[in-house]
Design a protein. Structure first.
Lengths: 299, 405, 465
């Protein structure tokens, strides 16, 4: 039994001690770099010793740079299709899997979920080969079914890069989102279904009026999470396109633009500006999405 | 009733089955690519017939010194060189190899040198004999190596052997094969030296494991404090945490790198682990799950003389186990697959984690699909296995936060 | 296991991870990394160079007792990013590093003293290397500092990489084509149109995505991305002319070229006769020898057709430089190693045998290894051919924005090629329609080039250094 004074002391200071590791690490490895990069945003840098103060000129350049607009456009298109194709697919899979009539549910669940476990890097390596002209799986299958030429260069044709990326991300994340939906579906109160059945609702009406509202919080969560993740897309296109931004910059995303400007061209100040702009965009969109979802909830 | 059930079950299973096939097809193809001979990659979409399965890709990945069929550039020339090496008065490494060939193989060499035709069975026979020779520690004597311009790593091995140190079997084979490459450069292609795949895997294990364990400890401790205590800076901490969660990490890369360097941690595993020691996301997660712990329970504990840390250890942790499990698995997976930060921090090949190591292959060996796919398969296996075993925990933890929160 | 999981406060999953981590830590402790403190560290990004240098280093170490050299293989994309990171933060910069030609320029920013490499000009002049090596090959590694107006040479060129066309001799013979008849590109295109069978056989391997083929054409015409003063010339008349010539060969109904890619797809294309000729700088001839062994004796090389009769019959593709960084303490020793690796004729000859890479040092060209006939190439003395063309190789001027310019150009080429596919003149068009389409094509090409060049210039204007 420890002494009374020690006991009181540790009771009083426990919370500070418990959060100390976090605070220290956070201040050193997160706050300091963040603040430093804010300062950097006002400079053009080119190497360790070369720094020129330019004030807000980086921002001016940013908003007139066609490459940046291309990056924003690509990211927006990717986010839109990725999120809105995900929803029906993962929800559909969850609904199928939720049926009482299904055995081996765990097997199916793991099967759908496993792509997520591979991680963007390895998925990118795998799919860069799958999309390869002639040798790749997709071309081999499609040409046997006579749906596409066998040497379609998916990752080399400007118009096909984005569909390839969307497809890949759909493959990766559908199972992940499905798991959330599945849990949500299984948490729906059975009594609501019974009540609806008593009221004479058919299967579709039960789905629309009972299931959908019940899983809406999860759906919103999934949408917001997917959106934020899509905004930060980098490793998938970067590795699939072999460390480039693809034909006519078709695979250029905002984070890739940041990386290229900051770490391939050396302008860290400009990279900071892009980073902060991205952060702003993420914040705004998330707030908008949550507000929209919240507004619906009121009625 | 049963029929109606069946009426729903069949299309249900059919739909799920089709979906599953679509989802698993790329992974199955991945596995298939790893067991196909490099020359067969074109001929079979998925798996080749059982007789054609080969482990050559895996062997090459780790730098197997033994010869594969695709590494013989010119069979006729090789056979001719062997015959030549067996001629009267010939000496040197070629002679030593010839001496180890059996009469059947010597005949084969003679025939191939004359006609140039050799069938797969003959190739296998000759390769086996060559590899058996290459595996022998007593194949070459010191004089055989004199005057040869050996590659640096081969020369190091030769030096060690000359000094009397015992070489491991793989090293013996590497040395002998390295010598043969120099003696017969036109006939034997330089082996893919392999990448230290085993080391990459262990590096990944260590870094991911250590990082996530430390994260788990600090985050759960901090989350406990945020959930169950009121103290002076609590609100400030939470606001700052919330704010920074929105900011993409890429903003911090360059200043953070400079900082890590000043601390002397660049190009080390510590440089990966230390900045990641606390996870803001984890803090929130644990706070969320620990909010549910009844305060009375904690008070009771205090009455009993339990220290605060004891409360954490004995009361809070067991309750949050699902969350901890999910967090650990997700964190492990995230760390295992991390690319950008390790790419910037790590310079020495011995420290690489799997994503960086594999990326190194992409540029130089991207056309050797088989080897790349072998590497990818091995790289994703640990995480897959871990999740297979711990599936239930993970899903439970994952959804506990989302569904209720 | 479940019981154990209950015992461990954190649960089953962390327990398993803990065990794995402890195992990993133990393994790492038992297999420590041997860090070498070498006097000279050399980074190289090409595995063929890496193996060649590993072989060459022991003799250097023997000649300079007590010195250690550590050659490190760093992945191509990583080497530029790591080098940059190292330069920025004054980190563990290697003493010597090989840099690829397309990224070398990106290091030449700011005042010349602050570029991470040392200026080699004094040493080059002292040994007369500017004349003893192909002069044009210094251009890509030369920095024209606008402030002082002077040129600084930061790299020793490894190679010349003259470009020939490799062709299937047997197909030429079967089709009655004589190599001597192909003197200019007009000849080539004419024969190409005759021999090309869409989707089955193409005359050339030019790509509609820029890259080596287009650049080679641009340089052959004395064009390029930048001029010797660092100005962007991507939209000058030469570039427009090259684009107008190039695009109808890779797009549209009368195309004669298709790019099959690399690796196995490429080998297959050559074996199947899908490509009759293909762009062959010296390094690629070795790729053919190793990756397409079945074509031994059927291939041969010819110089590039000239643009105008009597004109230049080669170009260049690819390149590597060796730089000595400012962090190198013993620069003389580093220079000795550079000379050993790049300027030793015996070494270079052996390397030619192994890699087919013609050295930039002209003294080495007389060595017998470079002039021996090659059975793969139908007995041709390919080294002699490359050496003959080497002096003619056009200079490639560089800039810190070279990478950006190259990617912009690639975009322009593929965009214009796509346009041409959709809107270009067709053989069955009426003459006035064809003329109109042709004029439109010229307009589009010029406009796109100017857009790309303007973006590059915009970026250049932003540079305060």
């Amino acid at each position: 039994m420890i002494g009374q004074r020690l006991f009181r002391w540790q009771h009083r200071y426990a919370p500070y001690l418990f959060t100390a590791p976090f605070v220290v690490t956070f201040a050193v490895f997160a706050l300091y770099p963040m603040v430093k990069s804010l300062v950097l945003a006002l400079f053009i840098t080119s190497g360790p010793k070369s720094q020129v103060f330019v004030g807000l000129e980086n921002f001016a350049f940013l908003f007139t740079d066609p490459s940046f607009f291309k990056a924003v456009q690509n990211t927006a298109i990717f986010t839109f299709f990725s999120v809105f194709l995900q929803l029906p697919v993962s929800l559909g899979l969850a609904i199928l899997l939720n049926s009482k009539l299904v055995r081996l549910r765990n097997l199916f669940r793991f099967g759908f979920f496993s792509p997520y476990l591979m991680g963007q890097v390895f998925v990118a390596v795998l799919f860069s080969v799958i999309f390869a002209p002639r040798l790749g799986l997709l071309n081999q299958v499609l040409s046997r079914m006579a749906l596409a030429a066998s040497n379609t260069d998916w990752l080399g044709t400007a118009g096909l890069v984005m569909p390839a990326l969307v497809l890949t991300s759909l493959w990766m994340y559908a199972g992940f989102n499905m798991v959330y939906f599945l849990a949500a579906l299984q948490a729906v109160d059975r009594d609501l279904y019974d009540a609806a059945a008593v009221d004479g609702a058919n299967a579709f009406q039960r789905f629309w009026h009972v299931t959908m509202p019940s899983i809406k919080p999860v759906a919103v969560f999934v949408v917001v999470l997917s959106t934020i993740g899509s905004f930060q897309l980098f490793e998938l296109p970067y590795l699939m396109l072999q460390n480039t931004s693809g034909p006519e910059q078709a695979g250029l995303t905002v984070v890739m633009y940041l990386y290229q400007k900051g770490f391939e061209s050396g302008d860290l100040g400009y990279a900071s500006v892009v980073g902060w702009t991205l952060a702003l965009g993420v914040l705004v969109i998330s707030l908008v999405q949550m507000r929209l979802a919240g507004t619906w909830r009121k009625d | 009733m049963a029929r109606r059930r069946l009426g729903i079950q069949i299309p249900l299973y059919a739909a799920l089955g089709v979906a599953l096939v679509l989802f698993l097809a790329p992974v199955v193809w991945l596995v298939a690519c790893t067991v196909k001979d490099p020359d067969d990659l074109f001929h079979y979409t998925f798996f080749p017939p059982l007789g054609h399965l080969s482990t050559e890709n895996f062997r090459k990945l780790v730098g197997s010194p033994y010869l594969g069929a695709s590494e013989v550039r010119d069979w006729k020339a090789l056979a001719a060189r062997l015959v030549e090496a067996g001629g009267p008065g010939a000496s040197g490494p070629g002679r030593k190899v010839w001496d180890r060939l059996g009469p059947a193989e010597r005949d084969l060499c003679g025939r191939v040198a004359a006609t140039g035709a050799i069938d797969p069975a003959g190739q296998a026979q000759l390769l086996d004999a060559l590899n058996a020779a290459v595996a022998r520690a007593d194949l070459l004597a010191k004089e055989d190596l004199a005057g040869l311009a050996l590659a640096g790593d081969i020369q190091a091995l030769a030096a060690r052997a000359a000094a009397g140190a015992g070489l491991a079997p793989a090293e013996v084979a590497l040395l002998n094969r390295g010598v043969l490459e120099v003696v017969w450069p036109g006939e034997i292609a330089q082996g893919f030296r392999g990448i230290p795949f085993g080391r990459y895997m262990v590096n990944s294990l260590f870094v991911a494991g250590a990082t996530v364990l430390i994260q788990m400890f600090f985050s759960s401790l901090g989350g406990f404090a945020l959930a169950k205590y009121h103290f002076r800076f609590k609100a400030a901490i939470m606001i700052v945490m919330l704010g920074t969660m929105m900011i993409p990490g890429q903003v911090m890369l360059a200043p953070l790198y400079e900082l890590i360097y000043r601390m002397g941690l660049a190009d080390s595993h510590a440089g990966l682990i230390v900045p990641a020691m606390v996870s803001v996301f984890g803090m929130f997660l644990f706070r969320q799950s620990m909010l549910q712990i009844p305060d009375e329970l904690l008070e009771a504990g205090r009455m009993d003389g339990c220290t605060e840390f004891g409360l954490y250890w004995n009361l809070a942790l067991p309750v949050s186990r699902p969350m901890i499990g999910a967090f650990c698995l997700a964190g492990f997976m995230g760390n295992w697959n991390a690319f950008l930060w390790p790419q910037i921090i790590l310079h020495s090949a011995d420290l690489f984690t799997l994503p960086i190591g594999l990326n190194q292959m992409v540029g130089t060996y991207s056309q050797q699909y088989g080897i790349m796919m072998a590497g990818t398969l091995l790289a994703i296996l640990p995480v897959m296995v871990l999740f297979l075993i711990l599936q239930r925990e993970f899903i439970a933890g994952l959804t506990a936060g989302a569904v209720k929160g | 296991m479940d019981r154990l999981g209950d015992w461990f406060p954190f649960g089953k999953a962390p327990l398993i991870i803990l065990l794995l981590t402890v195992f990993a830590a133990g393994w790492l402790a038992l297999h420590p990394v041997g860090r070498t403190e070498a006097d000279l560290r050399l980074w190289t990004f090409a595995d063929i160079h890496y193996y060649a240098y590993l072989k060459a280093v022991p003799s250097f170490e023997a000649a300079h007792p007590g010195t250690t050299v550590d050659v490190q293989f760093v992945h191509a994309t990583a080497v530029t990013s790591r080098l940059r990171a190292a330069f920025w933060n004054d980190l563990d910069v290697p003493e010597m590093v090989e840099v690829e030609i397309s990224s070398a320029g990106s290091f030449f920013r700011g005042p010349a003293e602050e570029v991470g490499f040392i200026d080699l000009t004094p040493r080059l002049q002292a040994e007369g290397l500017l004349d003893r090596m192909v002069k044009a090959r210094f251009a890509p590694y030369t920095y024209h500092d606008r402030r002082t107006g002077r040129d600084y040479i930061f790299g020793l060129p490894h190679d010349v990489h003259p470009v020939c066309l490799a062709y299937r001799r047997d197909i030429f013979e079967a089709e009655g084509v004589r190599v001597e008849d192909i003197q200019t590109w007009d000849d080539f295109v004419r024969i190409g149109r005759r021999l090309t069978i869409p989707d089955k056989r193409y005359m050339a391997d030019f790509s509609d995505k820029a890259g080596g083929g287009f650049e080679a054409a641009l340089y052959q015409r004395d064009g390029g991305y930048f001029d010797s003063g660092g100005n962007c010339i991507m939209d000058d008349p030469t570039a427009i002319e090259t684009l107008l010539w190039y695009v109808p060969l890779v797009a549209g109904p009368e195309r004669i070229a298709d790019d099959p890619g690399w690796g196995q797809a490429w080998s297959k294309a050559i074996e199947d006769g899908y490509l009759i000729t293909w762009t062959c700088p010296d390094w690629r001839s070795k790729s053919a020898e190793t990756q397409v062994p079945r074509m031994a004796g059927k291939m041969a090389l010819m110089p590039l057709p000239a643009v105008r009769p009597g004109g230049r019959r080669t170009s260049s593709w690819g390149g590597t430089m060796l730089g000595i960084t400012q962090k190198c303490r013993d620069q003389d020793l580093a220079w000795q190693l550079a000379r050993h690796l790049y300027l030793d004729p015996k070494e270079l000859a052996a390397r030619f045998r192994e890699l087919n890479i013609l050295p930039a040092l002209k003294d080495a060209w007389t060595h017998e290894a470079i002039n021996e006939p090659r059975p793969y190439w139908s007995g041709q003395r390919i080294g002699t051919l490359y050496a003959q063309l080497a002096e003619d190789v056009p200079p490639q001027y560089t800039s810190p924005y070279i990478e950006f310019a190259k990617s912009k150009m690639a975009d322009v080429v593929s965009a214009v090629a796509a346009w041409y596919d959709a809107n270009g003149p067709r053989p069955d068009d009426a003459p006035d329609v064809a003329a109109r389409k042709r004029a439109e094509f010229e307009r589009v090409a010029a406009a796109r080039l100017r857009e790309g060049a303007d973006e590059v210039r915009r970026l250049m204007r932003r540079n305060p250094f």
